[in-house]
Design a protein around this ligand. Structure first.
Ligand code: TRP
Ligand code: SF4
Length: 334
């Protein structure tokens, strides 16, 4: 059976961008793969080293979001990154296999540094060794369970490419040790915001969270960008330029053909259309929020799931590490 390794930084709640970008995929795939889902607290600290409470609180939130979204603890090992020292150890060995200029060229790292001026300076001159190197530790996350498949959103592709380079180099120098993993993208790897922005993202303040209440969803949908040429409610409009229509489509509203034709024929007002979207979103999120509530009320069960997931991951990582040490000639007293 092939192995999946993927995860997220615990820095905030998960939103529909995460869901359609990759969570939905992970939920589907977990039945056919040996699946490891990491809560990347070590990586979260690379840009939140001055805020450990934020990371700590979000570990629990992320676990709840995973379980709510349908990650099944009977199928998947959900684990906490910092409890796998094998990954930290591998990071050190891998850091010899990637040049510093190569790390600087990673477009996702560049984009993030530009977004974190307060932390890393106006032109990124204060970037830390840890942040620059986090793709190396990400390679170690994947390698320490010998992962084959990495379901992620498209922003992660540069990191997976870097992982592949590092692992190929490792295999060449020390002998065949690791699978060369592949990223798997969903059919919608990037979700637009209701504000028309190319990306749903916390920093753009345009997210619909999996745990949003009806009231929050209503507020966000009511301010969504529609076809600007439509002024009166019986003006015909073009749904293809409307974010409300985009979301009807995204969550597969069965009423979509009607939304489309009524919009084009000027038979549908935008407020009505938005209200219909709010209802559809609430309905879509209902099973997710029901599961969240179940686990929120059972913190000991969530803790047990994390403990068991971490234990299983640690076992696997120990096994991989024995082979690494042997191949690197570091198996001294064996
Ligand atoms: N970089 C991912 C994020 O920003 C988190 C992550 C850490 C990850 N290690 C990983 C994702 C390994 C996939 C595989 O959320
Ligand atoms: Fe968008 Fe609906 Fe208004 Fe058409 S009627 S522009 S699809 S909100």
């Amino acid at each position: 059976m092939k192995t999946i390794l993927t995860g997220d930084r615990p820095t905030g709640r998960l939103h529909l961008g995460h869901y359609f970008g990759s969570l939905e995929n992970r939920v589907k795939m977990q039945y056919d793969y040996d699946t490891y889902i990491l809560i990347a607290d070590v990586q979260a600290l690379t840009d939140n080293f001055n805020n450990p409470s934020k990371v700590r609180e979000n570990v629990k939130e992320l676990a709840l979001d995973y379980l709510a979204a349908g990650i099944d603890p009977k199928q998947s090992h959900i684990y906490i990154q910092s409890l796998i020292p094998e990954a930290t150890e591998l990071t050190v060995y891998f850091s010899n296999l990637v040049s510093v200029p190569r790390l600087y060229r990673n477009p996702t790292t560049k984009y993030e540094v530009a977004q974190k001026k307060e932390l890393f300076g106006d032109s990124g001159e204060g970037i830390t060794y840890g942040f620059l190197g986090y793709p190396v530790s990400q390679a170690a996350d994947i390698a320490c369970v010998n992962g084959n498949i990495v379901p992620v959103g498209d922003d992660q592709l540069p990191h997976i490419e870097q992982t592949r380079e590092i692992l190929r180099k490792f295999n060449n120098i020390y002998g065949e040790t690791f699978n060369i993993p592949e990223a798997v993208l969903s059919s919608t790897p990037r979700i637009k915001g209701l504000d028309g922005n190319e990306k749903m993202s916390k920093s753009l303040n345009n997210c619909i969270y999996l745990s949003d209440t009806e009231e929050e969803i209503n507020k966000k949908v009511m301010s969504a960008v529609t076809d600007p040429s439509k002024i009166r409610k019986d003006d015909p409009a073009n749904p293809e330029v409307c974010m409300v229509y985009y979301y009807h489509k995204l969550i597969k509203n069965p009423n979509l053909p009607k939304v489309c034709s009524e919009c084009k024929n000027g038979e549908r007002g935008c407020v009505y259309c938005k209200k219909e979207l709010v209802r559809a979103l609430v309905e879509f999120l209902e099973p997710i929020q029901k599961r969240r509530k179940y686990y929120e009320e059972r913190p000991e069960e969530v803790e047990r799931i994390l403990k068991e997931g971490t234990y299983a991951t640690k076992k696997k990582a120990e096994e991989v590490m024995r082979r690494v040490k042997e191949n690197m000639k570091l198996n001294y007293f064996e």
